[in-house]
Each structure stands twice: as structure tokens, then as C-alpha cells.
Design a protein around this ligand. Structure first.
Ligand code: PLP
Length: 390
């Protein structure tokens, strides 16, 4: 089956739902057993809601199939998915390698919680490739990757890093939120545990928080056991909405790809823009790697502006009517986010020539989006002309 067909059918069993096309929202905690023998043996498809409901299982089975995984679990947020994957792989006394380009809250989990549990973290340059071997110790049990990286969008050589990690018995974890399994099938590329913040493109509507972790055959049991022990199950409405999002995810991603590339090229031609950071553009330093491993790009990319005052930047952003200022991404509405990685990176230097902005392109008409930005650039120029005094 091709991916669109798979998205339309994965995780659905109408015959178990009186013929209804979609698995409904099962709310509940208690599951009744038919008799004492079944209860004592804890026998049955469902035994208690922290261990699964038909709604949650539909999403997990669907996601597992779409990801080419042996199993998948659903958790209440993308960050919970990162934390669960790390907790699945480590024990006290271990050392882990984490990409310097990772989602910032994951770093806080490593530096605070994992440190307290006796796990040491070393951050590495996302472009390290096979040289990751030089950072590995006998105690290195996990390598966390994220490709492209948060905000700065470095593409990682996942197959090379996976090969080096596996040679030394370490678990390779990938935050695959940007590409999704549709544009980067993680387990085919050697990933053991793959993370998706379903809050982004799986939802597509900025109306829920959800995370998923998928595992290959080697890690599936350990993932499920850790998940069951932590009982971090998502709420039924969120899971239902994610299942709805799953059916249209490829259509939305293809549109995000088209609109993202169009807007990125338009921005690259603007005189106010120093450079555009989009892996699918030839100007991206890792474009060759992206081309080798990915089958598509999405609607999230960054730009660096030529140097301007903070006032001029604020004048540009504050007057935008269509682009919202806010965190998260992957919804139907466009967003822009000023960012600066310099304050927290430790293995690499982030020193852009001017202010950096991250764009998430939504489903609005591109001409309207360009007009909104055009007016923003006019305010930027005007305020710069005043020496940034306004
Ligand atoms: C947003 C995001 C997360 C976290 O997802 P939440 O559901 O907001 O917790 C994790 N990784 C990446 C790359 C993200 O962009």
C-alpha cells in the first residue's frame, strides 16, 4: 500500500464498532471482566484504561503502521514522548549523547531530571555524522538526534549516526516531528525509537497536545513496559482528533511543502533577508543529505534578516495581521517566531548576521501572506530609517 491509502485505512476496524467508519471516543477507567477466572488471569483485550482503550489503540496501531514500526505508544505531549524515549533507553550510570540542535525543553529534561537519576549528557554538533563514534564511551546507552534541528534546521546523517551507535550497542532516538514518517521513514533509516510531536502536523489544527513514540522490533517490548509503568496515557478527545488528522496528513503536508518552498524562495529574493534556512533549497548547507534521505519537506523553515534594530524588528512583527506570534507550528494558520539559539547551545556556535525568524506556513492564500509580509518589511525599513527611534 502507498502512504495515502495507508493513512486512510490504518488503525480502523469498523466491524468492531457496529460498522461505524471511525473508532469513537471511549471514555473510561474501569473495564468489567466477564467472570472471576478472567479477572484473576487479567485476561481480555482491555483490562484497565491506563493500559489502553480502543480509541488509543486505533491511533497506536495506525501510527505504527504509517511509521513502519513494530509498535507505537501515544502520550500527552511531544515533550512527554521525548522523555519517555530517553527513559526507555537509560539506566543510572549511563552516558547519553544529545544533539545541540534538539528541542530546548528536552535539554532541560537531560540537565535536570536525567542528571538527578545519575545519567550524564554530552551535547554534540548536529553535523558530526560518523564521527559521533569518537564521543562514545562504554557507558553510552543512547544517542538523541533531531533532523532537521529545532529552529536552526541542521540535517543530520541519521544512517551514519545509527551505524556508529549500533556498533557500540547504543539506542538511537530520533525526534522526527518535522518530516513525519511520510517524508522520513525512521526505522528504515536505522532509528530504534522515533518521536513525533502529534501536536504539530498530525493535529494540523492547533487544537490539541499529543506525542507518539514508535519502536522497531528490538525496542518495542522495552518501550511498552516503560510506558505501562509510567501510565502516561493521553486524553480520549485528543486521541480522537489525532486520528482524524491522520487521514488527511499527507494532503496537508504536500500543501505545506508547496507553500513553504514558495514563500521561502520569495523571502530569499528580498533585500531585507540575509539568508533562508530551508533544507529543500540548494543554498542549505545540508541540502545534499536532505535530498539523499528525505522524500519531502514541510512548511517550517527559518530566515536570517540583515542586521536591524530590535525596534525595527518589533515594528515589522507587531503589525502582522495574518502571521501569529507564538510557539508550536504545523497548524492551518501561519506563525512567525523570533529566535536565538545562542543562549543555550554548548557544542556549537549560533552567530547569525542579524535577527532570526522561524516561519510555519499555514493554509492561507499565499498572496495574502506575501502582502502581510510586504507591509511588514515596509514598517521594518521605515523604522530603520528613523535610526530605530520610533
Ligand atoms: C513542539 C515540539 C516538540 C514538543 O511537542 P509538545 O507537544 O508541544 O510537547 C518536540 N519536538 C519538536 C521538534 C517540536 O517542534
Amino acid at each position: 500500500m502507498r502512504s495515502r491509502t495507508r493513512l486512510a485505512h490504518a488503525g480502523r476496524k469498523p466491524s468492531e464498532q457496529f460498522g461505524f467508519v471511525n473508532t469513537p471516543i471511549y471514555r473510561g477507567s474501569t473495564v468489567l471482566f466477564p467472570d472471576t477466572a478472567a479477572l484473576l488471569a487479567n485476561r481480555g483485550a482491555y483490562t484497565y484504561a491506563t493500559k489502553g482503550t480502543p480509541t488509543i489503540r486505533a491511533l497506536e496501531e495506525g501510527w505504527s503502521e504509517v511509521s513502519g514500526a513494530a509498535d507505537a505508544v501515544a502520550v500527552p505531549s511531544g515533550l512527554a514522548a521525548i522523555n519517555l524515549a530517553l527513559l526507555t533507553a537509560v539506566k543510572a550510570g549511563d552516558h547519553i549523547l544529545v544533539t545541540d540542535s534538539c528541542y530546548l525543553p528536552a535539554r532541560i529534561f537531560c540537565d535536570d531530571v536525567l542528571k538527578r537519576l545519575g545519567v550524564e549528557t554530552t551535547y554534540y554538533d548536529p553535523r558530526i555524522g560518523a564521527d559521533i563514534a569518537s564521543l562514545m564511551r562504554p557507558s553510552t546507552s543512547a544517542v538523541l538526534t533531531e533532523s532537521p534541528g529545532s529552529q536552526s534546521l541542521e540535517v543530520q546523517d541519521i544512517p551514519a549516526i545509527a551505524a556508529a551507535a549500533h556498533e557500540r550497542g547504543a539506542c538511537i532516538i530520533l525526534d522526527n516531528t518535522w518530516a513525519t514518517p511520510l517524508f522520513f521513514p525512521p526505522h528504515e533509516h536505522g532509528v530504534d525509537l522515533a518521536i513525533e510531536a502529534g501536536t504539530k502536523y498530525l493535529s494540523g489544527h492547533s487544537d490539541l497536545l499529543l506525542g507518539l513514540v514508535s519502536a522497531n522490533a528490538k525496542w518495542a517490548r522495552r518501550l511498552r513496559a516503560t510506558y505501562d509503568a509510567l501510565a502516561i496515557c493521553p486524553g480520549p478527545e485528543d486521541v480522537f482528533l489525532a486520528l482524524r488528522g491522520l487521514r488527511t496528513m499527507e494532503l496537508r503536508l504536500r500543501e505545506a511543502e508547496r507553500a513553504g518552498l514558495d514563500l521561502a524562495r520569495w523571502l530569499a529574493a528580498r533585500e531585507e533577508v540575509a539568508r533562508v534556512i530551508h533544507p529543500a533549497l540548494q543554498t542549505h548547507p545540508d541540502h545534499a543529505l536532505w535530498k539523499r534521505d528525505f522524500s519531502g519537506s514541510t512548511g517550517l523553515f527559518s530566515i536570517v534578516l540583515k542586521p536591524v534594530s530590535q525596534n525595527a524588528l518589533a515594528a515589522m512583527l507587531d503589525g502582522l495581521e495574518l502571521f501569529g506570534l507564538g510557539y508550536s507550528w504545523g497548524g492551518y494558520e501561519s506563525l512567525v517566531l523570533p529566535f536565538d539559539c545562542e543562549s543555550y547551545r554548548t557544542a556549537t556556535r549560533w552567530a547569525p548576521e542579524g535577527p532570526a525568524l522561524r516561519f510555519s506556513v499555514g493554509l492561507e492564500d499565499l498572496d495574502d501572506l506575501k502582502e502581510d509580509l510586504e507591509a511588514g518589511f515596509a514598517r521594518l525599513r521605515e523604522t530603520s530609517g528613523n535610526g530605530g527611534k520610533d
